[in-house]
Design a protein. Structure first.
Lengths: 520, 381, 187
């Protein structure tokens, strides 16, 4: 523990061997941004091919690899590690802890990620190509009919699952054991709460994903028949296991986003969060419900009617706690003193677009109507409204919000606002028309489409290019801030911000709260 | 002030109104570009009404929520010099907005349950069609009480030249097949859905039918169409490379026309039996073979036999080698590869033609011919 | 509370590792068997019992006639000719019925097949009892060989009255490799 009073080590070894939560958080954030760019590049290829009817740029087989890799990289490489990075940076500072509970494990959980994704990305250059069975990798397309690279895919899923589980255990251990005296559970910032619940979800369901891919591995290489009818198995079993993981997984992605928004909206409304306790209960309710709704992804698979009805009702119920959250955020804004700096703009963007995604989610929960929506572009539009406008917008808001605290320099506000508006317009141009083509009958994951879908697809591609380009602006703004931003030393960078992280010096010193703060 | 708020409100509603008017258009029977189609079945209409009901409820709630937010954004700005209020809870309000949505949901659940029960009611069908998904085509088999079932494959008809932009695209680009499913109007048709290899999903929006086709297991669904016409759909579950290229075309005709068509198909089956006894000339085999090749082989082996997913045909050791083993691969496939057993998918005349074609096209110049009887003999050993 | 380690963080972590391992095991020892049990009980996917039915039915219900449709599908790469001898049968609940499926192996080498049954509507599956079925075992055929494979079944008298048609589908898979490696569990 002798190194506690020193600053960071110099050079590469600082990053290789660091156990400092801020260093690790920074690495997670940069890594996830790199993955965001990679996954974004895949998306640009997809949208470029879909710009016009006909096959222009790539072959259908490669198109399938692109949709698969885009999904995997964005979900497991960009969004999840981004929030883990944020958790690393912020949770100790928010609860008044000097570091994460298990710093050395923290280092490992980050450093096994890059090799896992390197392995996943390398499948693109293997014979037979990268996985081409969609990020949901349904058997038997992902087993009997998979390219040889599937084995590497399985291994990389194992490794990144391990990383997630270690990261979550660390977060739970930190939150449960490292809170400053007086920081009771019901005094914790909502970001900490949502992450605590998320971490429990992760510990519960990442092993389920590991189980699913292990069964695939055994089916492919060891002659078992979990998912093959020929040996007494069932391909539908795969879908049940996958979505038993997959549905909690989407809340794993969105709950920390809820937490971020619950920190930022009060700050720029200059008013405490409305309904703190109900926010906590709503988060817990969403997490609980996420375990009993998985089969709503499988309405067309031929379930008995009783199952179909159960999953429909349970899914509809999720609208209640989600609604409570949206109402609480809006009531927080009500009669506040609002100002619209970049983080707030992204949060309002989140609020509007996530709510639209929530509405389409409610529509999708209605089983009979889902027979028409299922596997169409309507679904693609829906989950991009909750994943991109939900998770990515809130993550962007978080970076703008805490960046001045991290590096002691102020970002360029004009550029930030421009980034928001271009993102917002680009995003909606890209994804709103997808509702239309989906309802009009365009299936998802197709490399080419009928002529009646042409106009909206071109619009969608243009929007996607705009949204993609705006991220370059984001990258530039962040780098410019770190390199040459206007220095600020206000402890409270934002006048309305509340919480322990705003009581430490700016930029946040390498070690904070070595002496626990007093929480009133 | 009030005027401004109203204008903003109307502005926010504009896209919603656009959607609504588009929906009204859809209800007029046209296939909509922006909304679900009520289709040509009673169930489709019900699903459409349900969809519009939920959409309407969402729009109303959304307008309320966003209206309040917009009002707050306009009037509760710091730049207007307001002092922020500090209230942060109200048990009454919080209970209200938990309970009210709950009752709205119950209101939605009733029509949803009724419609779902109807979708699941497959009893008392007038006829049954077995739909089998293949990589990447559909097979339809009409279950027949007496005599043999009529069955055929339905392949994409759009030529590669249109897909690869060498020719301009036709009206029904990617939504056209060589042989559509023909159904009688006003009959309750039960679809039995299964698959041969991976999971597919049989989706015809105008029939309001989507059901997963799962290898090894059988699913069922049904439709009763009320308007004759041609209805187009696609495979909805990612099933590999050509997932986007296995459309569905359903031709709904009057009961008389259907009976005539079915009789024609049965006659065709017996005619093929006749043809199988015939001997064809090289030219006849090559013409027929080219058609068969384009329908069944081209996706994997390339337009000019250059290969792709499959091995090249041009100058291949199989197509320029022993005739018997070439036939064997065509009929029985190559286990463990994407090469399917075509023996049961195409008839002996087609098999004879396509083998002949492969041996004498793309620069292969074997000069030998296969007759249907050779295929028959090979199958029977 | 039960503690594993005196360091509270380590204690929490070890317990959580236990949870994670437990969830991994849960997939194998709970989800998979539970799914099979539910399939049998509810007829998910129209699965029928893989074992011969032995109970005795209390007489034939002459008042009802059920239409049984037989459907045969070859899975990918299965070159056998495989079809029901009769496409459609009319039967009475409670009665014992016999039929055969014809199979022919066109290849010169011996092969082993496994037929997988599936019933539609799936809720009829639990009322469809097979007393004898070629699907209970793997079916070998010599090269160029043919066989009539027997099926004997009873439709339960308790079949809900609204079900008037039952479709029994068999998909036949080539399991020659599995049979050779002996990896296949008898199901």
């Amino acid at each position: 523990m002798g190194d506690h009073h020193h600053g960071p080590a110099k050079g590469l070894t600082r990053w290789m061997f660091t156990t400092n939560h801020k260093d690790i958080g920074t690495m997670y954030l940069w890594f996830s941004f790199a993955m965001f760019i990679l996954g974004g590049a895949f998306a640009m290829i997809i949208r470029a091919e879909l710009f016009q009817p006909g096959m222009q740029l790539i072959e259908p087989a490669f198109f399938n690899q692109m949709t698969t890799m885009h999904g995997l990289v964005m979900v497991f490489g960009a969004i999840m590690p981004a929030f883990v990075g944020l958790a690393n940076w912020m949770i100790p500072m928010m609860i008044g802890a000097p570091d994460m509970a298990l710093p050395r494990m923290n280092n490992w959980s980050f450093w096994i990620l890059p090799p896992a994704f390197l392995l996943l990305a390398s499948t693109l250059f293997m014979e037979g190509g990268a996985p081409a069975f969609g990020w949901t990798f349904y058997a038997p397309l992902s087993t009997t009919y998979a390219p040889p690279s599937v084995t590497y895919f399985i291994f990389s899923i194992h490794v990144l699952g391990l990383s997630s589980i270690m990261g979550s255990i660390n977060i739970i251990a930190t939150v449960m054991n490292m809170r400053a005296p007086g920081m009771t559970y019901m005094k914790m910032p909502l970001f900490v709460w949502t992450w605590l619940i998320t971490a429990f979800l992760l510990v519960a369901v990442m092993p389920v994903l590991a189980g699913a891919v292990t069964m695939m591995l055994m089916d492919i290489h060891f002659g078992t028949s979990f998912f093959s009818a020929a040996g007494g198995g069932d391909p539908v079993l795969f879908q049940h296991i996958f979505w038993f993981f997959g549905h909690p997984e989407v809340y794993i992605i969105i709950l920390p986003a809820f937490g971020v928004v619950s920190q930022i909206i009060p700050a720029f409304s200059r008013k405490p969060l409305f309904g703190y306790a109900s926010m906590v209960y709503a988060t817990a309710a969403i997490a609980f419900l996420s375990f009993v709704v998985w089969a709503h992804h499988m309405y067309t698979v031929g379930m008995p009617i009783a199952g179909e009805l159960f999953f429909m009702y349970a899914t509809m119920l999720i609208a209640v706690p989600t609604g409570v959250k949206v109402f609480n955020w809006i009531t927080t804004m009500w009669r506040g003193a609002l100002s619209f700096e970049t983080p707030m703009l992204f949060c309002i963007g989140f609020l509007v677009l996530f709510t639209i995604g929530g509405f389409t989610g409610l529509m999708l929960s209605i089983a009979p109507a889902d027979f028409q929506y299922h596997d169409s572009y309507f679904v693609v539009a829906h989950f991009h409204y909750v994943m991109v406008a939900g998770a990515v917008f809130s993550m962007t808001a978080a970076v703008y919000f805490w960046l001045p605290k991290w590096c002691g320099k102020m970002y360029n506000e004009t550029m930030g606002k421009t980034h928001f508006w271009i993102s917002f317009i680009g995003f909606n141009l890209a994804f709103f028309p997808q509702h239309f083509v989906g309802l009009a009958g365009m299936p998802r994951r197709i490399p080419d489409y009928a002529l009646q879908f042409a106009d909206f697809n071109m619009m969608s591609s243009i929007g996607a290019f705009i949204y993609g380009a705006s991220q370059i602006m984001f990258l530039y703004n962040v780098i410019a801030t770190i390199v040459a931003g206007k220095p600020t030393s206000d402890e409270k960078v934002w006048d309305g911000a509340e919480g322990l992280e705003w009581t430490v010096a700016t930029p946040a010193p390498y070690h904070t709260f070595e002496v626990p703060p007093a929480v009133k | 002030m009030c005027f401004k708020a109203k204008r903003l409100f109307r502005l926010a509603l504009a896209p919603v109104l656009m959607l609504m008017s588009a929906a009204a258009l859809a209800a007029g029977g046209e296939v909509s570009q922006v909304n679900m189609s009520p289709g040509v079945t009673e169930l489709g209409k019900e699903i459409y009404d349900l969809h519009m009901l939920i959409l309407g409820i969402c729009v109303v709630i959304g307008a309320g929520v966003f209206g309040v937010m917009l009002y707050s954004i306009v009037y509760h700005r710091k730049s207007r010099g307001v002092t922020p209020s500090q209230f942060h809870e109200s048990t009454k309000v919080e209970i209200l907005w938990t309970v009210v949505p709950f009752f709205i949901l119950i209101g939605m659940a009733f029509p949803a349950t009724t419609t779902l029960l109807e979708i699941y009611d497959t009893d008392d069908a007038d006829m049954d069609v077995l739909v089998t998904g293949y990589q990447w085509k559909w097979k339809y088999e009409y279950l027949n009480e007496d005599g043999e079932n009529v069955s055929f494959f339905s392949n994409l008809r759009t030529p590669q030249s249109e897909i690869y932009n060498a020719e301009s695209k036709g009206e029904h680009y990617l939504l056209e097949v060589d042989e559509p499913l023909v159904l009688p109007v006003d009959a309750k048709v039960r679809f039995l859905v299964t698959a041969n290899d991976v999971i597919h999903s049989w989706w015809v929006p105008q029939l309001a039918v989507k059901k997963d086709a799962i290898p090894g297991f059988i699913n069922e669904t049904w439709a009763r169409t009320s308007v004759p016409g041609v209805y187009r759909g696609q495979c909805a579950e990612l099933c590999g490379k050509d997932h986007g290229f296995m459309p569905i075309v359903v031709n709904v005709v009057s009961k008389e026309e259907y009976a005539e068509w079915l009789a024609g198909k049965q006659a065709e089956a017996s005619k093929i039996k006749e043809l199988m006894a015939q001997t064809f000339s090289m030219d006849e085999l090559m013409t027929r073979g080219k058609e068969v090749y384009q329908r069944n082989c081209l996706a994997c082996h390339g337009a000019n036999g250059e290969g792709g997913v499959g091995t090249p045909i041009a100058a291949s050791p199989v197509a320029t080698g022993d005739l018997g083993s070439h036939l064997d691969i065509g009929i029985n496939g190559v286990p463990g590869t994407a090469m399917q057993a075509f023996g049961a998918q195409i008839n002996d005349v087609e098999m004879a033609a396509v083998i002949t074609y492969q041996r004498n096209a793309f620069g292969n110049n074997m000069g030998d011919m296969v007759q249907p009887i050779d295929v028959y003999n090979h199958k029977e050993g | 509370m039960f503690r594993v380690s005196s360091n509270p963080s380590v204690d929490t972590s070890i317990k959580l590792v236990g949870v994670a391992i437990g969830m991994f095991a849960f997939v194998f020892v709970v989800m998979v068997p539970l799914y099979d049990v539910l399939c049998d009980a509810l007829g998910i996917n129209g699965k029928t019992s893989g074992e011969a039915y032995t109970s005795v039915q209390a007489g034939v219900d002459e008042s009802r006639e059920i239409t049984i449709q037989f459907v045969a599908t070859n899975n990918d790469g299965m070159p056998w000719e495989f079809r029901p001898d009769t496409n459609i049968m009319k039967v009475h609940p409670g009665g014992v019925n016999d039929t055969v499926f014809f199979a022919h192996n066109p290849l010169p080498d011996a092969m082993v097949a496994q037929a997988i049954p599936s019933v539609a509507p799936s809720r009829a599956a639990q009322y469809f009892h097979k007393t004898e079925c070629f699907c209970f075992n793997q079916q070998p055929l010599e090269g160029k060989g043919s066989a009539d494979m027997p099926l004997q079944f009873i439709v339960d008298r308790d079949l809900p009255s609204d079900i008037k048609t039952i479709t029994l589908s068999y998909t036949i898979f080539d399991v020659t490799d599995m049979a050779a490696s002996g990896a296949l569990a008898a199901r």
